[in-house]
Write a protein that binds this ligand. Sequence first.
Ligand code: NDP
Length: 444
Amino acid sequence: MSYIQEINDVLSHKYASEPEFLRAVREVLSSIEPVVSANEDKYRQNAILERLVEPERIIVFRVPWIDDKGQVHVNRGYRIQFNSAIGPYKGGLRFHPSVNISILKFLSFEQIFKNSLTGLPIGGGKGGSDFDPHGKSDREVMAFCQSFMNELYKYVGADEDVPAGDIGVGAREIGYLFGQYKRLKNLHEGVLTGKGISYGGSLARTEATGYGLIYMVNEILSHNNDTLAGKRVLVSGSGNVAIFAIEKAQQMGAQVLTCSDSNGTIYDPDGIKLDVVKKIKLERRGRISEYLKEVSTAEYHEGERPWNIPCDIALPCATQNEIEEKDALNLINNGCRYVVEGANMPSSYEAIHEYRRNGIIFMPGKASNAGGVAVSALEMAQNSRRVSWTFEEVDKMLHRIMADIYSKVSSAAEKYGCEGDFMAGANIAGFEKVAEAMMAQGIV
Ligand code: NDP
């Protein structure tokens, strides 16, 4: 039995109740197969795969908080410190009712390779809670964040573990978390990224994931002698990643037709009006259906995803498994040629199979959404050096990092005989660096 098969078998028994994690591991292991075969003895001797799939530490804790009516609620908090071979643990916090161990293990496992691809010294982690910030007052969100940090502060630090935002955790939540950490530890250090500019945040961090995604799209298109100008683009989601992906895509001349939230999709044949989306989402924390009140020519497709609308490029920017097999087939049949992921693992296994079968150019999230964590690492660098770079400086570095990720991913795919398979290329390039660092540091 092959080394990879052995690991898969053990994991399928041990973690049968963690489908998202198992899928993420299987995907990575199957694409690094050529590297593992070429180095099997060395990797077996160092138990590289056994250690790679086991988190260094999982922290689970109770988060009690009191709502505005005086009622007590209890949520569950998590931090998964998966791999610190190449740097301190780094990865976002997600506040969403769906959060569980399987989802956080998949996200933190993916984060290891994503962080490695950025070329910056950051390990893989992820955390969060099943708390739902929707409909909560600012005071309730603050109460929750403070209680969450009352436990988390013991395990994080500027050189230890540096969380950031993710779904449900934006500037407001990062501010409350940072304030409580500072109060508990009496330390003003870069323990979180995505901070406000007035207290140690980096310019361009808010925009970084969305902008970085479009820099990646641009890179892919230019290697296919094409440009974004005039391209019909579908975006899902209307959160941090989606908003700034739309902004940069429009700046580069694309026609963005959709955005969405978990209730439905807005289709604006004249192009999404981003000022309207920003007003609804960033100022009012409203629902995307409110777009119709201001743009009567648009359509609202309740309960639907954007993927049945004709397009050239699809950018899933909401959540995992939001493009299933039928959605992928809709995209393909309606002329889509590129799928570039802004969210983490938005395409199901079957959807990716359809992309491959139909010659769709596909870039996985761990490469194409790495701009967010890359600028987070630049925020860490600025905090350590007590300096602030300009927006233009950070944006230029982000652009260079995304181009560099593209070339690492495509040359790794080429080197191992899977040219054009960017998923394999991303996994191989991310893995090689981590494996080398793990071997150098002995059995830890
Ligand atoms: P936000 O919370 O800002 O926005 C999430 C968006 O996705 C919202 O519009 C939300 O709608 C929608 N959404 C969430 N869950 C679902 C669902 N089950 N079905 C349909 N729509 C849903 O999150 P981000 O924009 O920060 O993150 C989006 C994705 O990008 C995630 O996969 C995240 O892991 C990934 N990512 C984020 C990075 C960052 O820097 N923020 C970095 C790298 C990856 P609603 O309001 O209705 O819930």
